[in-house]
Design a protein. Sequence first.
Length: 158
Amino acid sequence: MDYCCFGIYDVKTKCQLTDKLEIHFLELPKFKSKSVKDMNRMEKWAAYFSPATSDEELEEIAAGEEAIKEAMEVEDVFTKDEVARRSYEKAEKFRRDQAAQLSYAEKRGEERGEKKGIRGTVVALKSLNLDKKTIALKLAEVFGLDDKAANKYVEANW
């Protein structure tokens, strides 16, 4: 099993923010089960989350680790309780929908803001008596547009 542990550091100074917060990554598909008696606590938790661990092995692990036993009991109640599971699934769907709506709204807002900015730039440059080609080149440069899009904005706002 591959295992990585990361801390929180300042990118510039390489100074650790705190030693109280770490992020641990376990690559469960690479977890190789061994005798429960030979497992340390972390390996027992990895076995608990690994789909390769049999029910018999899980029972043996739970017998020696109270926290894993409690987690298994909660999981068992949760998976058997249809109402709780549906409630959880609804809450998760709501959370995903909210995130998607927010992302969409932010994207639309950015697009509208960019269009207003481009429109205003075209009008401002036109008032300086610049020709269409020069304005299109400036739009492409400032807003990162391709020639076709820049020309389209110039024509639409001329």
